[in-house]
Design a protein around this ligand. Structure first.
Ligand code: NAI
Ligand code: AKG
Length: 410
Protein backbone atom coordinates (compact mmCIF):
# COMPACT_ATOMS: atom_id res chain seq x y z
CA UNK A 1 0.00 0.00 0.00
CA UNK A 2 1.39 3.40 -0.92
CA UNK A 3 0.09 6.90 -0.56
CA UNK A 4 1.52 10.17 -1.75
CA UNK A 5 0.59 13.71 -2.45
CA UNK A 6 0.92 15.12 -5.94
CA UNK A 7 4.15 16.81 -6.86
CA UNK A 8 4.83 20.08 -8.57
CA UNK A 9 4.82 19.41 -12.36
CA UNK A 10 8.52 20.13 -12.73
CA UNK A 11 9.22 17.36 -10.22
CA UNK A 12 7.24 14.75 -12.11
CA UNK A 13 9.86 12.76 -13.98
CA UNK A 14 9.28 11.29 -17.45
CA UNK A 15 11.69 8.82 -19.08
CA UNK A 16 11.17 8.31 -22.83
CA UNK A 17 13.05 5.36 -24.33
CA UNK A 18 13.63 3.97 -27.85
CA UNK A 19 13.69 7.22 -29.82
CA UNK A 20 10.10 8.30 -29.23
CA UNK A 21 9.10 11.06 -31.68
CA UNK A 22 9.80 14.66 -30.52
CA UNK A 23 6.06 15.39 -30.81
CA UNK A 24 5.70 13.63 -27.42
CA UNK A 25 8.35 15.83 -25.78
CA UNK A 26 6.74 18.95 -27.24
CA UNK A 27 3.30 18.00 -25.95
CA UNK A 28 4.70 17.25 -22.48
CA UNK A 29 6.52 20.59 -22.39
CA UNK A 30 3.41 22.46 -23.53
CA UNK A 31 1.50 20.78 -20.71
CA UNK A 32 4.09 21.98 -18.19
CA UNK A 33 6.06 18.74 -17.80
CA UNK A 34 9.67 19.79 -18.32
CA UNK A 35 11.46 17.04 -16.39
CA UNK A 36 11.77 14.67 -19.36
CA UNK A 37 14.75 12.50 -20.28
CA UNK A 38 14.82 11.01 -23.78
CA UNK A 39 17.00 8.02 -24.69
CA UNK A 40 17.50 6.72 -28.25
CA UNK A 41 17.59 2.93 -27.76
CA UNK A 42 16.28 0.40 -25.26
CA UNK A 43 18.28 -0.01 -22.03
CA UNK A 44 19.85 -3.26 -20.76
CA UNK A 45 17.76 -4.69 -17.86
CA UNK A 46 20.13 -3.62 -15.05
CA UNK A 47 20.44 -0.07 -16.36
CA UNK A 48 16.67 0.14 -16.84
CA UNK A 49 16.05 -1.01 -13.26
CA UNK A 50 18.50 1.59 -11.95
CA UNK A 51 17.19 4.44 -14.08
CA UNK A 52 13.49 3.77 -13.55
CA UNK A 53 13.76 3.94 -9.74
CA UNK A 54 12.93 7.66 -9.55
CA UNK A 55 10.69 7.88 -12.64
CA UNK A 56 6.94 8.61 -12.47
CA UNK A 57 6.10 8.04 -16.16
CA UNK A 58 7.97 5.84 -18.62
CA UNK A 59 7.48 5.82 -22.40
CA UNK A 60 8.60 2.77 -24.39
CA UNK A 61 8.17 1.12 -27.80
CA UNK A 62 8.45 -2.59 -28.56
CA UNK A 63 12.00 -3.35 -27.42
CA UNK A 64 11.85 -2.46 -23.71
CA UNK A 65 10.74 -5.36 -21.54
CA UNK A 66 8.87 -4.11 -18.47
CA UNK A 67 9.03 -7.21 -16.29
CA UNK A 68 8.01 -7.92 -12.70
CA UNK A 69 11.61 -7.12 -11.67
CA UNK A 70 11.47 -3.76 -13.43
CA UNK A 71 8.16 -2.85 -11.76
CA UNK A 72 9.65 -3.93 -8.44
CA UNK A 73 12.44 -1.43 -9.00
CA UNK A 74 10.05 1.30 -10.18
CA UNK A 75 8.62 2.35 -6.84
CA UNK A 76 7.53 5.82 -8.00
CA UNK A 77 6.04 4.75 -11.33
CA UNK A 78 2.37 5.68 -11.90
CA UNK A 79 1.95 5.06 -15.63
CA UNK A 80 3.52 3.44 -18.70
CA UNK A 81 3.01 4.78 -22.21
CA UNK A 82 3.56 2.22 -24.97
CA UNK A 83 4.21 4.37 -28.04
CA UNK A 84 3.01 1.52 -30.28
CA UNK A 85 0.13 -0.96 -30.64
CA UNK A 86 1.53 -4.09 -28.99
CA UNK A 87 1.70 -4.26 -25.17
CA UNK A 88 3.12 -7.79 -24.96
CA UNK A 89 6.47 -6.32 -23.79
CA UNK A 90 4.82 -5.16 -20.55
CA UNK A 91 3.86 -7.44 -17.67
CA UNK A 92 0.36 -5.94 -17.49
CA UNK A 93 -0.57 -7.85 -14.34
CA UNK A 94 2.57 -6.74 -12.51
CA UNK A 95 1.68 -3.15 -13.45
CA UNK A 96 -1.95 -3.51 -12.39
CA UNK A 97 -1.01 -5.12 -9.05
CA UNK A 98 0.90 -1.93 -8.25
CA UNK A 99 -1.76 0.44 -9.55
CA UNK A 100 0.38 1.40 -12.57
CA UNK A 101 -1.73 2.35 -15.60
CA UNK A 102 -0.62 1.27 -19.09
CA UNK A 103 -1.59 3.20 -22.22
CA UNK A 104 -0.88 2.51 -25.91
CA UNK A 105 -1.72 3.89 -29.36
CA UNK A 106 -4.06 1.27 -30.81
CA UNK A 107 -4.54 2.77 -34.30
CA UNK A 108 -1.87 5.34 -35.16
CA UNK A 109 0.46 3.04 -37.13
CA UNK A 110 -2.16 0.71 -38.63
CA UNK A 111 -1.99 2.25 -42.09
CA UNK A 112 1.84 2.23 -42.12
CA UNK A 113 1.94 -1.54 -41.52
CA UNK A 114 -0.74 -2.23 -44.14
CA UNK A 115 1.10 -0.17 -46.78
CA UNK A 116 4.42 -1.89 -46.10
CA UNK A 117 2.87 -5.36 -46.37
CA UNK A 118 1.22 -4.55 -49.66
CA UNK A 119 4.42 -3.07 -51.09
CA UNK A 120 6.37 -6.15 -50.02
CA UNK A 121 3.78 -8.46 -51.58
CA UNK A 122 4.21 -6.71 -54.94
CA UNK A 123 8.01 -6.79 -54.76
CA UNK A 124 8.10 -10.46 -53.77
CA UNK A 125 5.69 -11.53 -56.51
CA UNK A 126 8.07 -9.91 -59.01
CA UNK A 127 11.18 -11.44 -57.42
CA UNK A 128 12.58 -7.95 -56.88
CA UNK A 129 14.58 -8.68 -53.70
CA UNK A 130 16.58 -11.44 -55.42
CA UNK A 131 16.99 -9.45 -58.66
CA UNK A 132 18.13 -6.38 -56.75
CA UNK A 133 20.58 -8.40 -54.64
CA UNK A 134 22.02 -9.97 -57.82
CA UNK A 135 22.38 -6.55 -59.47
CA UNK A 136 24.28 -5.24 -56.41
CA UNK A 137 26.73 -8.10 -56.99
CA UNK A 138 26.99 -7.29 -60.71
CA UNK A 139 24.35 -9.80 -61.88
CA UNK A 140 21.58 -9.16 -64.43
CA UNK A 141 18.49 -11.35 -63.94
CA UNK A 142 16.22 -10.01 -66.71
CA UNK A 143 13.44 -12.60 -66.93
CA UNK A 144 9.69 -12.92 -66.51
CA UNK A 145 10.04 -16.40 -65.03
CA UNK A 146 8.32 -16.59 -61.64
CA UNK A 147 7.21 -12.94 -61.85
CA UNK A 148 3.53 -12.25 -61.35
CA UNK A 149 1.04 -9.40 -61.07
CA UNK A 150 -0.73 -8.97 -57.76
CA UNK A 151 -4.09 -8.62 -59.51
CA UNK A 152 -6.20 -11.75 -59.11
CA UNK A 153 -3.98 -13.33 -56.45
CA UNK A 154 -5.41 -14.54 -53.13
CA UNK A 155 -4.24 -12.78 -49.99
CA UNK A 156 -4.70 -14.75 -46.77
CA UNK A 157 -4.87 -12.47 -43.74
CA UNK A 158 -4.40 -14.12 -40.35
CA UNK A 159 -5.85 -11.77 -37.71
CA UNK A 160 -8.62 -9.56 -39.12
CA UNK A 161 -8.28 -6.66 -36.67
CA UNK A 162 -7.27 -3.04 -37.30
CA UNK A 163 -4.33 -3.85 -39.56
CA UNK A 164 -5.87 -6.91 -41.18
CA UNK A 165 -9.04 -5.06 -42.20
CA UNK A 166 -7.13 -2.00 -43.47
CA UNK A 167 -4.99 -4.31 -45.59
CA UNK A 168 -8.08 -6.13 -46.83
CA UNK A 169 -9.53 -2.91 -48.26
CA UNK A 170 -6.25 -1.87 -49.91
CA UNK A 171 -5.68 -5.34 -51.37
CA UNK A 172 -9.14 -5.47 -52.95
CA UNK A 173 -8.51 -2.08 -54.53
CA UNK A 174 -5.58 -3.74 -56.33
CA UNK A 175 -7.79 -6.56 -57.58
CA UNK A 176 -6.81 -9.20 -55.03
CA UNK A 177 -9.13 -11.79 -53.52
CA UNK A 178 -9.06 -11.67 -49.75
CA UNK A 179 -9.62 -14.55 -47.39
CA UNK A 180 -9.04 -14.18 -43.65
CA UNK A 181 -8.81 -16.25 -40.51
CA UNK A 182 -9.66 -14.92 -37.06
CA UNK A 183 -10.61 -16.52 -33.75
CA UNK A 184 -13.65 -14.25 -33.70
CA UNK A 185 -16.37 -14.21 -36.36
CA UNK A 186 -15.82 -10.89 -38.14
CA UNK A 187 -17.83 -8.87 -40.61
CA UNK A 188 -15.97 -9.26 -43.91
CA UNK A 189 -15.23 -5.96 -45.66
CA UNK A 190 -15.89 -5.72 -49.40
CA UNK A 191 -15.73 -9.14 -51.02
CA UNK A 192 -13.43 -10.67 -48.41
CA UNK A 193 -14.52 -13.93 -46.83
CA UNK A 194 -13.73 -15.61 -43.55
CA UNK A 195 -12.06 -18.99 -43.96
CA UNK A 196 -13.44 -21.89 -41.96
CA UNK A 197 -9.98 -22.53 -40.47
CA UNK A 198 -6.34 -21.56 -40.63
CA UNK A 199 -5.75 -24.76 -42.64
CA UNK A 200 -8.22 -23.66 -45.30
CA UNK A 201 -6.59 -20.21 -45.54
CA UNK A 202 -3.14 -21.77 -45.92
CA UNK A 203 -4.36 -24.10 -48.65
CA UNK A 204 -5.84 -21.37 -50.87
CA UNK A 205 -3.60 -18.30 -50.36
CA UNK A 206 -0.86 -17.13 -52.71
CA UNK A 207 0.33 -14.76 -50.01
CA UNK A 208 -0.17 -15.33 -46.28
CA UNK A 209 0.25 -12.33 -44.00
CA UNK A 210 0.14 -12.40 -40.19
CA UNK A 211 -1.54 -9.71 -38.06
CA UNK A 212 -2.21 -11.35 -34.72
CA UNK A 213 -1.03 -10.10 -31.29
CA UNK A 214 1.62 -11.95 -29.28
CA UNK A 215 -0.38 -14.30 -27.07
CA UNK A 216 0.19 -17.83 -25.73
CA UNK A 217 -2.28 -18.97 -28.41
CA UNK A 218 -0.39 -17.29 -31.26
CA UNK A 219 3.07 -18.49 -30.20
CA UNK A 220 4.69 -20.45 -33.06
CA UNK A 221 1.26 -20.69 -34.76
CA UNK A 222 3.07 -20.98 -38.08
CA UNK A 223 5.42 -23.91 -37.61
CA UNK A 224 6.81 -26.52 -40.01
CA UNK A 225 3.41 -28.22 -40.48
CA UNK A 226 1.56 -25.00 -41.26
CA UNK A 227 4.28 -23.80 -43.63
CA UNK A 228 4.20 -27.17 -45.40
CA UNK A 229 0.43 -26.71 -45.77
CA UNK A 230 0.94 -23.46 -47.72
CA UNK A 231 0.67 -23.61 -51.53
CA UNK A 232 3.98 -24.43 -53.26
CA UNK A 233 5.46 -21.12 -54.45
CA UNK A 234 3.48 -19.07 -51.93
CA UNK A 235 4.80 -16.07 -50.01
CA UNK A 236 4.78 -15.50 -46.24
CA UNK A 237 4.81 -12.05 -44.62
CA UNK A 238 5.21 -11.53 -40.88
CA UNK A 239 4.91 -8.02 -39.47
CA UNK A 240 3.13 -9.12 -36.28
CA UNK A 241 5.47 -10.54 -33.64
CA UNK A 242 8.61 -12.66 -33.92
CA UNK A 243 7.17 -15.41 -31.74
CA UNK A 244 4.37 -16.20 -34.23
CA UNK A 245 6.56 -17.97 -36.83
CA UNK A 246 9.09 -20.75 -36.31
CA UNK A 247 11.96 -19.03 -38.01
CA UNK A 248 14.04 -22.18 -38.67
CA UNK A 249 11.06 -23.84 -40.37
CA UNK A 250 10.58 -20.74 -42.51
CA UNK A 251 14.28 -20.67 -43.46
CA UNK A 252 14.09 -24.35 -44.46
CA UNK A 253 10.99 -23.79 -46.62
CA UNK A 254 12.67 -20.88 -48.42
CA UNK A 255 15.88 -22.84 -48.96
CA UNK A 256 14.02 -25.86 -50.31
CA UNK A 257 12.04 -23.68 -52.72
CA UNK A 258 8.67 -24.65 -51.21
CA UNK A 259 8.07 -20.95 -50.56
CA UNK A 260 8.81 -18.39 -53.29
CA UNK A 261 9.73 -15.63 -50.85
CA UNK A 262 9.09 -13.98 -47.53
CA UNK A 263 9.11 -10.60 -45.84
CA UNK A 264 9.90 -10.56 -42.15
CA UNK A 265 9.82 -7.44 -39.95
CA UNK A 266 9.75 -9.04 -36.50
CA UNK A 267 12.00 -11.71 -35.01
CA UNK A 268 12.14 -14.00 -31.97
CA UNK A 269 15.18 -12.02 -30.81
CA UNK A 270 15.68 -8.44 -31.98
CA UNK A 271 18.73 -6.24 -31.39
CA UNK A 272 18.20 -3.79 -28.53
CA UNK A 273 19.79 -0.86 -30.33
CA UNK A 274 20.85 -0.02 -33.90
CA UNK A 275 24.45 -0.74 -32.88
CA UNK A 276 23.80 -4.38 -31.93
CA UNK A 277 24.23 -7.12 -34.54
CA UNK A 278 21.13 -8.69 -36.09
CA UNK A 279 21.41 -12.49 -36.12
CA UNK A 280 18.95 -14.69 -38.02
CA UNK A 281 18.86 -17.90 -40.09
CA UNK A 282 17.18 -15.78 -42.78
CA UNK A 283 20.27 -13.68 -43.37
CA UNK A 284 21.75 -14.22 -46.82
CA UNK A 285 18.55 -15.51 -48.45
CA UNK A 286 18.01 -13.27 -51.46
CA UNK A 287 14.30 -14.04 -51.76
CA UNK A 288 13.61 -12.61 -48.30
CA UNK A 289 12.97 -8.98 -47.41
CA UNK A 290 14.35 -8.40 -43.93
CA UNK A 291 13.34 -5.21 -42.16
CA UNK A 292 14.28 -4.06 -38.62
CA UNK A 293 10.80 -3.96 -37.03
CA UNK A 294 9.80 -0.82 -38.91
CA UNK A 295 6.23 -1.78 -39.87
CA UNK A 296 4.93 1.20 -37.91
CA UNK A 297 7.97 3.42 -38.40
CA UNK A 298 6.82 6.24 -40.64
CA UNK A 299 7.07 9.91 -39.81
CA UNK A 300 3.29 10.22 -39.94
CA UNK A 301 2.65 7.32 -37.60
CA UNK A 302 5.40 8.21 -35.13
CA UNK A 303 4.37 11.87 -34.90
CA UNK A 304 0.75 10.85 -34.26
CA UNK A 305 1.71 8.17 -31.75
CA UNK A 306 3.90 10.70 -29.90
CA UNK A 307 0.95 13.05 -29.50
CA UNK A 308 -1.61 10.36 -28.71
CA UNK A 309 0.27 8.57 -25.95
CA UNK A 310 1.82 11.71 -24.42
CA UNK A 311 -1.67 13.20 -24.21
CA UNK A 312 -2.98 10.11 -22.43
CA UNK A 313 -0.13 10.36 -19.88
CA UNK A 314 -0.77 14.09 -19.37
CA UNK A 315 -4.50 13.55 -18.82
CA UNK A 316 -3.76 10.86 -16.26
CA UNK A 317 -1.21 13.05 -14.52
CA UNK A 318 -3.39 16.16 -14.62
CA UNK A 319 -6.75 14.72 -13.58
CA UNK A 320 -6.58 10.94 -13.16
CA UNK A 321 -8.24 10.08 -16.50
CA UNK A 322 -7.64 6.48 -17.58
CA UNK A 323 -9.73 6.44 -20.77
CA UNK A 324 -8.45 3.73 -23.18
CA UNK A 325 -5.95 2.29 -20.66
CA UNK A 326 -5.15 -1.34 -21.49
CA UNK A 327 -4.94 -2.75 -17.94
CA UNK A 328 -7.13 -0.45 -15.86
CA UNK A 329 -10.78 0.47 -15.36
CA UNK A 330 -11.57 3.54 -17.49
CA UNK A 331 -12.49 6.67 -15.53
CA UNK A 332 -12.87 10.24 -16.75
CA UNK A 333 -14.31 12.52 -14.07
CA UNK A 334 -14.97 16.06 -15.33
CA UNK A 335 -12.89 18.71 -13.54
CA UNK A 336 -14.57 20.44 -10.62
CA UNK A 337 -12.57 23.66 -10.43
CA UNK A 338 -11.36 24.68 -7.02
CA UNK A 339 -11.67 21.25 -5.42
CA UNK A 340 -9.24 18.64 -4.21
CA UNK A 341 -9.03 15.41 -6.19
CA UNK A 342 -8.14 12.04 -4.67
CA UNK A 343 -7.35 8.83 -6.55
CA UNK A 344 -7.90 5.48 -4.85
CA UNK A 345 -6.85 2.22 -6.52
CA UNK A 346 -7.86 -1.02 -4.84
CA UNK A 347 -8.39 -4.73 -5.34
CA UNK A 348 -11.96 -5.33 -6.46
CA UNK A 349 -13.26 -6.80 -3.20
CA UNK A 350 -16.62 -5.97 -1.60
CA UNK A 351 -16.91 -2.95 0.68
CA UNK A 352 -13.98 -0.75 -0.37
CA UNK A 353 -16.08 2.15 -1.72
CA UNK A 354 -18.31 2.05 1.32
CA UNK A 355 -15.21 2.12 3.60
CA UNK A 356 -13.80 5.08 1.64
CA UNK A 357 -17.07 6.98 2.01
CA UNK A 358 -17.25 6.20 5.72
CA UNK A 359 -13.81 7.75 6.23
CA UNK A 360 -14.99 10.98 4.60
CA UNK A 361 -18.26 10.91 6.56
CA UNK A 362 -16.39 10.47 9.86
CA UNK A 363 -14.46 13.67 9.12
CA UNK A 364 -17.52 15.58 7.90
CA UNK A 365 -16.00 15.90 4.41
CA UNK A 366 -18.56 16.25 1.63
CA UNK A 367 -17.87 14.49 -1.67
CA UNK A 368 -18.51 16.85 -4.60
CA UNK A 369 -17.95 14.26 -7.33
CA UNK A 370 -17.11 10.58 -7.36
CA UNK A 371 -16.62 8.08 -10.15
CA UNK A 372 -15.86 4.40 -9.51
CA UNK A 373 -15.14 1.86 -12.22
CA UNK A 374 -14.14 -1.73 -11.63
CA UNK A 375 -12.96 -4.64 -13.70
CA UNK A 376 -12.68 -8.21 -12.51
CA UNK A 377 -9.57 -7.52 -10.45
CA UNK A 378 -9.29 -3.78 -9.83
CA UNK A 379 -11.34 -0.85 -8.57
CA UNK A 380 -10.42 2.73 -9.36
CA UNK A 381 -12.28 5.64 -7.81
CA UNK A 382 -11.67 9.34 -8.45
CA UNK A 383 -13.17 11.72 -5.88
CA UNK A 384 -13.44 15.49 -5.57
CA UNK A 385 -13.82 17.10 -2.16
CA UNK A 386 -13.98 20.72 -0.96
CA UNK A 387 -10.72 22.62 -1.53
CA UNK A 388 -10.79 24.00 2.02
CA UNK A 389 -10.57 20.49 3.52
CA UNK A 390 -7.73 21.08 5.95
CA UNK A 391 -6.54 17.51 6.33
CA UNK A 392 -7.30 14.76 3.88
CA UNK A 393 -7.39 11.56 6.01
CA UNK A 394 -4.76 9.83 3.85
CA UNK A 395 -3.58 7.42 6.55
CA UNK A 396 -7.11 6.08 7.01
CA UNK A 397 -7.81 5.89 3.26
CA UNK A 398 -4.57 4.01 2.71
CA UNK A 399 -5.27 1.61 5.58
CA UNK A 400 -8.57 0.40 4.09
CA UNK A 401 -8.11 -3.34 3.39
CA UNK A 402 -7.61 -3.94 -0.34
CA UNK A 403 -6.02 -0.54 -1.01
CA UNK A 404 -3.23 -0.63 -3.58
CA UNK A 405 -2.51 3.04 -3.93
CA UNK A 406 -4.09 6.30 -2.78
CA UNK A 407 -2.90 9.80 -3.55
CA UNK A 408 -4.05 13.39 -3.57
CA UNK A 409 -3.76 14.58 -7.15
CA UNK A 410 -4.36 18.28 -6.49
N1 NAI B 1 5.67 -4.57 -37.22
C1 NAI B 1 5.24 -3.53 -36.58
O1 NAI B 1 5.92 -2.50 -36.51
C2 NAI B 1 3.90 -3.55 -35.95
C3 NAI B 1 3.37 -4.74 -35.47
N2 NAI B 1 2.14 -4.75 -34.89
C4 NAI B 1 1.62 -6.04 -34.42
O2 NAI B 1 0.42 -6.31 -35.12
C5 NAI B 1 -0.51 -6.87 -34.22
C6 NAI B 1 -1.90 -6.68 -34.75
O3 NAI B 1 -2.26 -5.31 -34.69
P1 NAI B 1 -3.78 -4.85 -34.82
O4 NAI B 1 -4.36 -5.29 -36.10
O5 NAI B 1 -3.82 -3.41 -34.50
O6 NAI B 1 -4.43 -5.68 -33.64
P2 NAI B 1 -5.98 -6.00 -33.40
O7 NAI B 1 -6.08 -6.34 -31.97
O8 NAI B 1 -6.81 -4.90 -33.95
O9 NAI B 1 -6.23 -7.31 -34.29
C7 NAI B 1 -5.70 -8.57 -33.97
C8 NAI B 1 -6.66 -9.61 -34.50
O10 NAI B 1 -6.08 -10.90 -34.32
C9 NAI B 1 -7.11 -11.77 -33.91
N3 NAI B 1 -6.53 -12.95 -33.27
C10 NAI B 1 -6.09 -13.09 -32.00
N4 NAI B 1 -5.62 -14.33 -31.81
C11 NAI B 1 -5.76 -14.98 -32.97
C12 NAI B 1 -5.47 -16.30 -33.40
N5 NAI B 1 -4.90 -17.20 -32.58
N6 NAI B 1 -5.77 -16.64 -34.67
C13 NAI B 1 -6.35 -15.76 -35.51
N7 NAI B 1 -6.65 -14.50 -35.16
C14 NAI B 1 -6.37 -14.12 -33.91
C15 NAI B 1 -7.99 -10.94 -33.01
O11 NAI B 1 -9.28 -11.50 -32.84
C16 NAI B 1 -8.02 -9.61 -33.78
O12 NAI B 1 -9.07 -9.56 -34.70
C17 NAI B 1 -0.21 -6.13 -32.90
O13 NAI B 1 -0.66 -6.85 -31.78
C18 NAI B 1 1.29 -6.00 -32.93
O14 NAI B 1 1.86 -7.11 -32.30
C19 NAI B 1 1.39 -3.61 -34.78
C20 NAI B 1 1.87 -2.42 -35.25
C21 NAI B 1 3.19 -2.27 -35.83
O1 AKG C 1 7.44 1.10 -33.50
C1 AKG C 1 7.74 0.25 -32.68
O2 AKG C 1 8.72 0.31 -31.97
C2 AKG C 1 6.87 -0.97 -32.48
C3 AKG C 1 5.75 -1.07 -33.44
C4 AKG C 1 4.92 -2.23 -33.06
O3 AKG C 1 5.35 -3.35 -33.17
C5 AKG C 1 3.60 -2.01 -32.50
O4 AKG C 1 3.04 -0.90 -32.65
O5 AKG C 1 3.06 -2.95 -31.89
Amino acid sequence: MTSKTSLDKSKIKFLLLEGIHPSALQLLHNAGYTNVESVTGALPPEELERKIADVHFVGIRSRTQLTEAVFQAAQKLVAVGCFCIGTNQVDLDAARQRGVVVFNAPYSNTRSVAELVLGEAILLLRGVPAKSAAAHRGGWLKTADNSYEIRGKTLGIVGYGSIGTQLSVLAEALGMQVVFHDVITKLPLGNARQAASLQELLAVSDIVTLHVPELPSTQWMLGAAEIAAMKPGAILINASRGTVVEIDALAAALQSGHLHGAAVDVFPVEPRTNKDEFLSPLRGLDNVILTPHIGGSTMEAQANIGLEVAEKMVKYSDNGTTTSAVNFPEVALPAHPGQKRILHVHHNVPGVLSAVNQVFAQHGINIAGQYLRTDEKLGYVVMDIAADTANVPMAQLTAIPGTIRCRVLF
